[in-house]
Unconditional design. Structure first.
Length: 134
């Protein structure tokens, strides 16, 4: 989104308030920062994705099964992590974290809820795969 805005500023030379050097430089700086931010975010999540995928495929991911207990949902607007416990292991995550691991909260359509039977594959504190009993 920010890269698109930067391209529009750069292409159309939209008016920006301030001194002449700022009007000319702002679109270039804005576009440069947006591209840098996008590449950095993609790079960090892609590396994590590859690591988690390899762990799942190779069998290095741990598996835990049981009922969800102590479910503490994240509010729709965020501001706290969603958390729960399965077989004594605590997990927490947020939709607002830039991660390749599972982070789909209940308030945004996620499958985890109090008392349901789940099987989780995880690496450290990152959930790699979720299976929910029907």
């Amino acid at each position: 989104m920010f890269v698109g805005c930067g391209l529009v500023y750069f292409r159309d030379r939209l008016p920006v308030c301030g001194p002449r050097w700022c009007r000319r430089g702002f679109p270039v700086v804005f576009l440069g920062f947006a591209v840098l931010w996008t590449v950095t975010a993609f790079g960090s999540t892609y590396v994590e994705y590859v690591q988690l995928s390899r762990a799942l495929v190779s069998g290095a991911a741990s598996v835990i099964e049981g009922r969800v207990e102590g479910f503490d949902p994240m509010p729709y607007a965020g501001h706290k992590d969603e958390s729960f416990v399965v077989a004594g292991k605590r997990f927490q995550y947020s939709d607002f974290d830039a991660t390749s691991a599972f982070n789909n909260s209940k308030s945004h359509g996620g499958p985890i809820d109090e008392g349901i039977q789940v099987r989780l594959w995880y690496v450290g504190d990152r959930i790699v795969k979720v299976a929910v009993a029907r």
